[in-house]
Design a protein around this ligand. Structure first.
Ligand code: SF4
Length: 249
């Protein structure tokens, strides 16, 4: 029986210039038929092994080494002059740009964290807010802070913009230092249980909680990540001189 992994499919698609994506539909059927027709019935195991190795070592996806290929004389893709054009690569999804504002706030040295609603559900992250194009991210964050973190805001101050990508989503995150207004009814330093509001954690407590790459980039702006193996201080893209401090509303 003819083996047909991705490397073999690529070789066969090139040998016969089979159009389309060999993983699906009519192209898949054509590649399967070619694999069966091409199989050496006298030594199928050696044949499959040789074809897989050819795909892995010679008929490389982006830069096939046709000059070293024993099948070069029979290869239609090579004869076309553009062997790398076969098979057709899967179309990439268009990237989506997302603008976020992030607020770094502390209550008696404890970071204010919430459950991530944007990137990895279940992870902890500083409060995030999606911001529409043209809106002032700082003002939008200050206005939303009581809903996000349960307290009014005294001041937001721009720190830096960090960039982060997850699959096709490209995040531009404007990070602000947030100074919260005091609330008399909340005991200072009280730890709030998950689901009842934000989590308040000391920096050294962060090592034990799940947090993603964006969170580490944001925290590296103000303090090293407490987990040294995962710590990396990014080079934030500053938006020119830091804007003047402004009061939130
Ligand atoms: S000649 Fe080039 S494109 Fe054709 S099978 Fe060999 S390495 Fe692949």
């Amino acid at each position: 029986m003819a083996a047909l992994d991705g490397n073999v499919a690529r070789v066969l698609a090139r040998l016969q210039t089979i159009p389309g994506d060999p993983r699906t539909g009519a192209s898949r059927a054509a590649v399967e038929a070619a694999a069966t027709a091409f199989l050496n019935p006298g030594s199928p195991g050696d044949h499959n092994q040789a074809l897989m190795e050819l795909g892995a070592l010679v008929c490389l996806p982006r830069a096939p080494r046709c000059e070293a290929c024993p099948l070069a004389g029979a290869c239609l893709a090579r004869a076309s002059g553009r062997p790398e054009a076969f098979p057709r690569s899967r179309p990439r999804k268009a990237s989506v740009s997302v603008r976020l504002a992030a607020g770094v706030a502390r209550r008696r040295k404890r970071l204010v964290l919430v459950e991530d609603a944007f990137l990895v559900p279940g992870h902890l992250v500083v409060p995030l807010l999606e911001v529409a194009a043209g809106d002032d991210a700082g003002q939008a964050l200050a206005a939303a802070w009581p809903r996000l973190a349960g307290r009014p805001v005294a001041r937001v101050e721009f720190a830096a913009t960090v960039r982060h990508a997850v699959l096709e989503r490209r995040y531009a995150v404007e990070v602000f230092e947030v100074t919260e207004a005091p609330v008399a009814s909340t005991a200072p330093g009280r730890r709030v249980t998950p689901g009842a509001g934000p989590r308040l954690l000391l920096p050294e407590e962060l090592a034990g909680v799940p947090r993603g790459g964006l969170m580490r980039k944001i925290l590296a702006l103000s303090a090293p990540d407490p987990d040294p193996e995962r710590s990396s201080r990014p080079a934030p893209a500053r938006r020119g001189p830091a804007p003047p401090k402004r009061s939130g509303g």
